[in-house]
Each structure stands twice: as C-alpha cells, then as structure tokens.
Write a protein that binds this ligand. Structure first.
Ligand code: PGA
Length: 246
C-alpha cells in the first residue's frame, strides 16, 4: 500500500553538463521502475535545468535544503516558494550534513519542514544518530527527539504526510551500511512513534546504499525505499537500486 520511493541526493557534485547527462540517462530508464517514485536532489543551481528534463518523465526534483523564512534579507538562502517555482515537489530537511556543518537545530529543521508543506513541497525529514550516540545506546532517544521537535511544531498528521529518512550518521559516505536488521528496528520504532497515520508514511533508509546491499534493506517490512548519496551520481547504478525497491 506504500509506493516505493527512491531518492538521489547529488550533494555538491557535478556541472551543467554532468547533471544533464545524469538526468538524461535516468529519464531513459524510467520504464525500468514504473511501480516506484523517484526524486533527485541536484545542487540548487541545476534544479531548473534538471526539472525541465525529468518532470516530463515522471521523475520528481527537489531541493537539498530550504530556508525556514518566506522571503527577506537572508543572503544566500532559498525559500520553499522559490523551489516550487523552479519545479521542485520535494525538499530534504535536516540532512545530517546540514545539522552538523551548518548548525541546523531540531527547531530550525521543524520550521523548514513547515515552510515546505506550506508551499506544497513534500519534506523528507532526515534523522539519525552518530556513532557515539549509538555506542552510548542513545539511538532511539535521539531519533525520537528529532521527530518530536517537528511534531510539536506542525502536528502528527503533517509529519505523517511527509517522508522520513533514517540515515545513521556513521553510515553516510563511509561505506559502512547499517544491517537490514538494524535499519528495520529503527524504522519500526519511527513508524510506531507516528501512530496510526504512520501506516501510510514512506520511510526511507539512507547511508552507503548500493545495488549490492539495497535488496536486503528494501525487503524489510518498514523500509519503503532509499535516500542515496554517492551511488546516485552513477546513473546505471542508481537505476539498478531503483529497480530493487520493487
Ligand atoms: P551516501 O549518502 O549514500 O553517500 O552514504 C547518503 C546521504 O547522505 O543522503
């Protein structure tokens, strides 16, 4: 009953030419994973270009982050309305790199989530524990509080209408993927926190997903797809991963 979703986070990689080539190959491979949704997150400067190529192929495009403000004197920021205007339908909020490197707090992440929904963008709320937090047995407490901050601001139903991505920080870009059992355990806990409405919420796993480990992860009952970084930059590999969601 939950349609699989495969998301590609391109981070700060590529050029006009490489973004266009990647989009082209994904578009031509769309028929390979008709039963799933796909969204890619190019660097902001390439969003419009990529959206023009992909939206016609029924592949969505999103922003990697968004301002919590609607407009004003916020140099360098991009509003949810602007992302929408460029052709986005999704936005990542609270990616661990944003939380760690740009000091986004759970409160500001919640405000970004709200700004996204107010502009009819589907937020993908990223949550996850660091290695130290896992070692200290704080995984569930950390994730619970990251999600609770958003629920407090927008309400449970609004969070259920978004997407949640569990991305253990220790698995991002490290090649050290969570085991299917570790990921499923966290996903089940997140779904429980979302209550009844959470039965239709798509929960993605992210962190070193590749075509060699995706099948085992996606076969878990509470994993509805993936948020893929490095491997989403290689079109053929990403297409393979997309097919494994089915
Ligand atoms: P990775 O990144 O697949 O390269 O580990 C995932 C992410 O940061 O979303």
């Amino acid at each position: 009953m939950r349609k699989p979703l495969i998301a590609g986070n391109w981070k700060m990689h590529g050029s006009t030419a490489s973004a266009s080539e990647l989009a082209d190959t994904l578009g031509s491979g769309r028929h390979l994973f008709e039963g799933a949704d796909m969204v890619v997150f190019p660097p902001a400067v390439y969003i419009q270009h990529v959206a023009e190529q992909l939206v016609k192929n029924n592949i969505a495009v999103g922003g990697q982050t968004v301002s919590e403000h609607a407009k004003g004197a916020y140099t360098g920021e991009i509003s949810a309305g602007m992302l929408k205007d460029l052709g986005c339908s999704y936005v990542l909020v609270g990616h661990s790199e944003r939380r760690a490197l740009y000091v986004e707090t759970s409160q500001s992440v919640a405000e970004k989530f709200k700004a996204a929904q107010e502009n009819k963008l589907t937020p993908i709320l990223c949550v996850g524990e660091s290695l130290l937090e896992r070692q200290q047995d704080k995984t569930f407490a950390v994730i619970n509080s990251q999600i609770a901050a958003v629920i407090d601001l927008v309400g449970l139903e609004a969070v259920c209408n978004g997407v949640v991505a569990y991305e253990p920080v220790w698995a991002i870009g490290t090649g050290q993927v969570a085991s299917p059992e570790q990921a499923q355990e966290v996903h089940a806990t997140i779904r429980k926190q979302l209550g009844e409405g959470g039965s239709t919420t798509r929960l993605l796993y992210g962190g070193s997903v590749k075509s060699s480990n995706a099948a085992a992860l996606f076969s878990q009952p509470d994993i509805d797809g993936g948020l893929v970084g490095g491997a989403s930059l290689e079109a053929e590999e990403f297409l393979k991963i997309a097919q494994l969601t089915l």
